[in-house]
Design a protein around this ligand. Structure first.
Ligand code: BJW
Ligand code: ZN
Length: 240
């Protein structure tokens, strides 16, 4: 870690008027929130297709909710880490700034970022399967699974499962931010899930310097301008 040369990426960041950032589960790992894939990933024990799909929820809403209830408990105990805080400093400093996150944990909000595009929704919001109403609910644990809406319908977590579209217009906004940025930071994502991962080549083709921060190699590590190997909570505060 200490031998990483940060001078070039630091200069790109310092000189950029506009910055866009894509974060994934790895940025919250140092806060104690498990990632999905890789060492200690959530889905080493649980298969994605068993839990994070609309079909799984229709089959067994209680099982899926038990998984989300457990994750809500873990996240409720977690605090934003130095990587989250560094991104708040960056937002204060840059005129053009967009934080695009795949995370549903809300730790970017709690750290204090304002301009956040939550591509995969928010674990702290519920949505009615019947009437479509959606509302915040931070109770941990939820008293009764599955929770219900006032209309009597079953509620689901307001997140995006496999096979579901991202929230209306959000990908367009993310693409706009990515093509307008001089620097695109990719932090703690395995870059396996689309369309989120497509923003990485999109930003680069639009002219941004792309900087990846990850403890491991990803499919894009060889296709970015600078790949920094190590924990986000240690690298990011030194970069910004
Ligand atoms: C650290 C670290 C430290 C650890 N510091 N780093 C094109 C090609 C192929 C497939 C598709 C395609 N386009 C669409 C698809 C299908 C599918 C898909 O992508 N499948 C792939 C798996 C192949 N995509 C979809 O279905 C999407 N929807 C869609 O495309 O809709 C189209 C449509 C249009 C119109 C009508 C209908 C449909 C939706 C994707 C939804 C993803 N949802 C989840 C669950 C969210 C809710 C929840 O949290 O429960 O989102 S899945 C899960 O993966 C979650 C994450 O946001 C997402 C990404 O994971 P992430 O963040 O990258 O985490 P990990 O764990 O994978 O990686 C962590 C990384 O951190 C690792 O690299 C570590 O090394 C690193 N790390 N500690 C720095 N300290
Ligand atoms: Zn309802």
């Amino acid at each position: 870690m200490s031998d990483l040369d940060l001078s070039q990426p630091r200069e790109w960041i310092a000189q950029a008027a506009g910055i866009a950032i894509l974060t994934g589960a790895g940025i919250s790992a140092e806060s104690g929130v498990p990632t999905f894939r890789g060492a200690g990933g959530l889905w080493n024990d649980y298969r994605a297709e068993d839990l994070a799909t609309p079909e799984a929820f229709t089959r067994d809403p209680k099982l899926v909710w038990q998984w989300y209830n457990w994750r809500r408990e873990l996240i409720a105990k977690a605090e934003p880490n130095p990587a989250h805080h560094a991104l708040v400093q960056l937002e204060i400093r840059k005129r053009i700034f967009t934080l695009i996150t795949q995370n549903v944990d809300g730790l970017h909000d709690r750290a204090g970022n304002g301009k956040i595009l939550k591509l995969h929704g928010d674990i702290w919001r519920l949505r009615c399967m019947q009437c479509g109403a959606n509302w915040p609910d931070r109770r941990v644990p939820l008293p009764k699974l599955p929770p219900h809406c006032q209309c009597g319908g079953i509620a689901r977590p307001n997140v995006v499962w496999f096979g579901e579209p991202l929230p209306d217009g959000m990908m367009k906004e993310a693409e706009h931010a990515s093509e307008s940025a001089q620097v695109f930071l990719v932090i703690g994502t395995s870059a396996n899930v689309y369309p989120a991962a497509s923003l990485i080549p999109y930003a680069r083709q639009s002219g941004a310097k792309v900087i990846e921060i990850n403890t491991e190699e990803t499919p894009y590590s060889n296709a970015v301008d600078c790949a920094l190997r190590g924990p986000a909570g240690e690298i990011l505060p030194k970069l910004v």
